[in-house]
Write a protein that binds this ligand. Structure first.
Ligand code: ADP
Length: 445
């Protein structure tokens, strides 16, 4: 089966350019994923564990009880609706809670339970008898820091004595007065100021340091340097935990610098395949003819739910407007929208309020809406040289796992170059793409 480069496929794993200078904002992508996620992503792969000390026994837990948490914390975990630890949590939690403390580098795609794991570790770590900051967590943006804070607040609901502060832009603090909050979450710049300039936190007294979204963090040079400067202030005994959705070499180098003697946990994402996907193409002369063909197919699209991909924002806007003019109800996911707006559009589509979602590739990278059974490539995905972008193609229409639902893909092909691309894609995946007559589309129902 076709394989995909893991690091490209992972949710918003690197910056890239779409048509007309549209660029992925990794932090935004990650935030969007968090906002639309309601549950763990499915992943049946084995967790890979590399221990700092290979001779020490390897612990994993099947239940939260086995962790012997404070009862109030266990209650908070169940309050969030968690019944048992996720794949990655089974191994990560015992390591994170071990005595003496152990360092950890953990990599798994977004939605596998990393944030919940380190939130639990921080809440468990706090000693409320000590009125100073003991746990420090840094995240790439203000919004991501707030998301983490929300998880801690919910999980810590029955631990009212544990206090939390946000070190983010706009938090005004009095210089030199040490914070009493046990946990501080923030962005690197503000955290560094609080440690060094304002002296609100004594970095030597931090005993648990968490660096979340390392891949997103190091994509910004400033954040990378600030993170290293924060890390330098910490004591040698401080426990270090680092998380990342992806692991390119640069992330790895950074992680090893920040986390000495680490245990390493990796969970590879499930490969996507085209095995259960029936693929078609429709040959057209220009975009108007593509539009007409799409209208002919429209009845079949709305039987289930469909996503339509365009190459540029302009095309997505045009197509959504044209479909609306024809009286169709469509949702548009566009790069101009704020993250909140985008999350709302995806929620509406998810709940079935709209059956058709028009979007650009860049905008919807890393978003999976499981009930989508039909994908239309209004424009075929191409790279900067104009060749077929096979990875993006697979990512748009592929399903993970052998038992993924059946799906259909329809490629709108313009002219000879378009047919070239179809041939390239067929060759690459060794799967036939069938010709479809849009006025006779029984094949896709
Ligand atoms: P990540 O940080 O890897 O993106 P999260 O910790 O945000 O993952 O978890 C993803 C989703 O799964 C969240 O909605 C979270 O509430 C939920 N979740 C996390 N751990 C569990 C668990 N053990 N059982 C059920 N749901 C969980």
């Amino acid at each position: 089966p076709p394989k995909m480069k893991e690091d490209i496929n992972a949710n918003g794993s690197r910056s890239e350019h779409g048509g007309h200078g549209e660029e992925v904002d990794l932090a935004e992508q990650s935030l969007l994923n968090k906002m639309i996620r309601h549950s763990l992503v499915r992943n049946r792969n084995q967790v890979e564990v590399l221990q700092a000390d290979p001779t020490s026994p390897l612990y994993s837990v099947r239940t939260f009880e086995e962790l012997r948490l404070k009862p109030e914390l266990l209650k908070g975990v169940y309050h969030l609706g968690f019944n048992r630890p996720s794949r990655i949590q089974e191994n990560a939690l015992p390591m994170m809670l071990a005595q003496p403390p152990q360092n950890l580098i953990a990599q798994s795609q977004s939605g596998t339970g990393k944030t919940a794991a380190f939130s639990l570790a921080m809440l468990s770590h706090v000693n409320t008898a000590n009125k100073w900051t003991q746990c420090l967590c840094i995240a790439p943006t203000y919004e991501l820091a707030l998301q983490i804070g929300q998880v801690i607040e919910q999980m810590g609901k029955f631990l009212p004595d544990v206090k939390l502060a946000y070190a983010v832009r706009g938090s005004r603090m009095e210089r030199g007065v040490k914070l009493q909050e046990h946990i501080v979450i923030g962005t690197p710049g503000t955290v560094l100021d609080w440690c060094t300039k304002y002296k609100l936190i004594d970095p030597k007294r931090i005993s648990l340091f968490v660096l979340d979204e390392a891949d997103v963090m190091i994509a910004t040079q400033g954040h990378r340097d600030q993170s290293i400067r924060i890390h330098r202030q910490l004591s040698k005994e401080c426990q270090m935990l680092l998380f990342s959705a992806t692991f390119e070499d640069s992330v790895w180098k950074f992680a090893e610098r920040v986390v000495p003697d680490p245990n390493i946990i990796k969970l590879r994402r499930e490969e996507e395949t085209l095995d259960n996907i029936k693929q078609f193409y429709v040959l057209c002369r220009d975009k108007e003819e593509k539009f007409a063909a799409l209208c002919d197919l429209y009845g079949s699209l709305t039987v289930a739910q469909a996503m339509i991909f365009c190459h540029t924002r302009w095309m997505a806007n045009w197509l959504a407007a044209s479909l609306t003019e024809e009286g169709h109800q469509v949702a548009l996911l566009s790069g101009e929208m704020t993250v909140e707006q985008r999350a709302a559009v995806i929620e509406r589509f998810r709940s079935g309020k709209e059956k058709v979602l028009v979007t650009t590739n860049v905008c919807s990278r890393g978003i999976d809406v499981e009930q989508v059974t039909l994908v239309v490539n209004f424009d075929l995905p191409t790279d900067l040289e104009g060749n077929a972008d096979n990875d993006t193609y697979l990512h748009r229409i592929g399903r993970s796992g052998r038992f993924g639902k059946r799906g259909f893909a329809i490629n709108m092909v313009e002219n000879k170059h378009g047919m070239e691309l179809i041939k390239q894609i067929e060759m690459h995946f060794n799967r036939k793409i069938h010709k479809l007559d849009p006025t006779n589309s029984e094949e896709i129902s």
